[in-house]
Design a protein around this ligand. Structure first.
Ligand code: SF4
Length: 453
């Protein structure tokens, strides 16, 4: 995923304009919001495009090989721009450069890059910029010191939904994943800090938030008397807050207490992103996921028994080392049984430094590709079936944005349970909660018409 941040016209009084390109997950999007806040505090304003920027930052991801290659390609492509504008500042940060070896390689390979630093040094960005303004270069990676700084300024990306970090890092060491090595051990923010941030966001006009963590379900395990369900209860009391989303949930930590909280708290959305990764117990074990397909299906059953309208999305990896045809069929079978709203599907790609990268029986690319194709075909059918059950139904959509390029403006937003809905409506509807009757389905969304309140 790659996202540009909303645009503001640089003012004459600003020091210049910045552009941040973000790769990876919502945690990275949130970090880019903080980077934007820090840069604006330094007097820079957002640029409309890379070409007109005085500072260009790449916030990188290292989960997939593909993302890393794209970052290298994007940096290389800026060499000419930097030569034409030697005062332009180029920086790279994020999960990729949290790995010392990669950061050093990048720093050497691209001498025209001014700043290379790891995610956990984000608060030092103003100092790095100051040094770059006077011609100095920075290479800064601190693999040990990971502090949580709650009070850094930030410029929010979402027009109607704001991201709020609740915990950082991950203790799970899934054998394919680099995150625990680059984001460190799990640390939870104090509940009062989370609630205060949400209350501030509401006072600024947000009525929907997404609570973020690599594994929100284990929130509070490093605090006294705290759990994610308890945090949800606290956050739900913030006056004016209409929708609370959260991401990502690890199945092994999804408790009955949480399901109850979701069902009972009126402003908690009935959507869970619950990565299953594989439908085979043998593969799940090799992935170190610490749940079985039976446990996963049990959670799905409980969620649906408690919330009739709950929607479940997932992540699936195909071609994990040692995955047999039978293992893969187990995944297809699970997808058939669960009927996910949507699935983010990936071919396994080895990440250096992870256990799975050195496992035997790596699967040939052609086999991975073929499995991915079969999985995607199945998921498309399941998504369509899932969408079709909404035809004729009515729900409340929180309008996120409006596309005014066509003959008539089309607004879009989500039902509480994450279903994306498109509806012909004027741009003034953005930010409002409107009733919509569903008339038709698209591949990954619903279309409908506005109804009277
Ligand atoms: S839970 Fe597993 S996949 Fe998710 S961040 Fe942690 S180690 Fe990675």
């Amino acid at each position: 995923m790659e996202q540009g941040l909303p645009i503001r016209e640089p003012e004459l009084t600003s020091k210049g304009a910045y552009y941040i390109e973000t790769f990876g997950c919502q945690m990275n999007v949130r970090d880019s919001e903080t980077a934007a806040g820090l840069l604006e505090n330094c007097g820079y304003l957002r640029a409309e495009a890379k070409e007109s920027a005085d500072i260009i930052l790449f916030n990188t991801c290292c989960i997939r090989d593909h993302a890393e290659k794209r970052v290298f390609g994007n940096i290389g492509a800026l060499k000419e721009q930097k030569e034409a504008h030697p005062n332009m500042i180029l920086g790279v940060f994020g999960c990729m450069t949290q790995q010392k070896e990669v950061a050093e390689k990048l720093y050497k390979r691209f001498p025209f890059v001014d700043i290379v630093f790891g995610t956990n040094l984000l608060s030092k960005l103003p100092q790095f910029i100051e040094l770059a303004e006077s011609g100095g270069r920075t290479l800064a990676v601190d693999e040990n010191n990971i502090t949580i700084e709650d009070d850094l300024p930030s410029i929010r990306t979402g027009r109607v939904n704001a991201f709020v970090n609740i915990n950082y890092g991950c203790d799970n060491f899934c054998t394919y994943c680099i995150v625990p090595y680059v984001r460190g051990r799990e640390r939870s923010r104090e509940p009062r800090a989370v609630v205060a941030e949400v209350a501030k966001l509401v006072s600024e006009g947000y009525s929907e938030v997404t609570l973020l963590g690599q594994n929100v379900n284990s929130y509070g395990k490093d605090l006294e008397n705290a759990s994610f369900a308890k945090l949800l209860s606290l956050v739900s009391t913030v006056e004016g807050l209409q929708r609370i989303r959260f991401m990502t949930s690890h199945p092994k930590d999804l408790s009955d207490e949480l399901i109850l909280a979701m069902a009972e708290l009126p402003n908690v959305c009935h959507h869970v992103h619950l990565p299953v990764q594989s439908g085979s117990n043998v593969v799940l074990e090799r992935m170190n996921r610490r749940y079985t397909r039976e446990r996963y299906l049990d959670i799905v059953g409980k969620l649906r028994a408690s919330m009739a309208d709950v929607e479940i999305t997932t992540d699936i990896i195909v071609g994990f080392p040692g995955e047999t045809d039978e293992d893969f069929l187990q995944t297809l079978d699970l997808v058939e049984q669960v009927g996910f709203t949507a699935a983010f599907t990936f071919q396994y790609s080895p990440r250096k430094g992870t256990r799975a990268a050195t496992m035997e029986n790596q699967i040939p690319e052609a086999v991975k590709r073929e499995r991915l194709h079969r999985l995607n075909e199945l998921q498309q059918r399941k998504s369509r079936e899932n969408n079709e059950k909404y035809i004729g139904k009515r729900g409340i959509v929180h309008i996120e944005d409006c596309d005014t390029r066509g003959e008539e403006p089309v607004c879009y937003g989500k039902f509480s349970n994450f279903k994306m809905v498109y509806v012909p409506a004027p741009p003034e509807m953005v930010g409002r909660y409107v009733p919509v009757r569903i008339l038709n389905v698209r591949k990954n969304s619903l279309t409908g018409k506005l109804e009277e309140l």
